[in-house]
Write a protein that binds this ligand. Structure first.
Ligand SMILES: [Zn+2]
Length: 173
């Protein structure tokens, strides 16, 4: 039920509002039936002289309380998962392949192997195996990425050095 004062959602048999503490009507008291579905009732005939009659304030006779909604459990907690449940691990296959192709073809291969192991173990619900394989894949991604980067930078610098060395006006000659 909803608090009549502040609108907070309270338990149906709550004695007072959890938010503002206003006493709530007991559910076993004679309560009004839910009236939210009643169409707005034109109880008063159209009165064109209404602005001249302030003694008829436009008061809604029935407070528009929203209908009580069924209490569904939050999704994803214990419902509908077949056993074994698939395990969520980071999918490292794409970064592993990218690192292998772009940085280091040799050291990237273990990253691909571990990443695919993580995916297959996650698919069969092996949470521990999937997580450890994913960790291994991550480590190999870092190794391959860093080493590939270093090797590429080294080759680049050596290429520049070779060019400089070939130039007669270069440094060191
Ligand atoms: Zn309240």
């Amino acid at each position: 039920m909803y608090c009549v004062k502040c609108g907070a959602v309270n338990d149906d048999n709550a004695v007072q509002c959890v938010l503002c503490g206003v006493p709530l009507r007991r559910p076993d008291a004679p309560a009004n039936p839910p009236q939210a579905q009643y169409p707005p009732q034109a109880q008063y005939p159209p009165q064109p002289q209404y602005p001249q009659q302030p003694q008829y304030p436009q008061q809604p006779q029935y407070p528009q309380r929203p209908p009580v909604q069924p209490q569904y459990p939050p999704p994803g907690y214990g419902y509908g998962y077949p056993f074994p449940a698939p395990v969520q691990v980071p999918n490292l296959l794409v970064p592993a392949v990218l690192i292998t192709v772009l940085c280091c073809p040799l050291l990237g291969i273990p990253a691909i192997v571990y990443a695919s192991q993580a995916n297959s173990k996650a698919a069969i619900g092996d949470a521990y195996g999937a997580q450890s394989a994913a960790n291994s894949a991550k480590v190999w991604c870092w190794i391959a990425g860093i080493l590939g980067f270093v090797v590429n930078v080294f080759a680049f610098v050596m290429g520049i050095a070779a060019e400089v060395a070939k130039t007669p006006s270069g440094l060191g000659r």
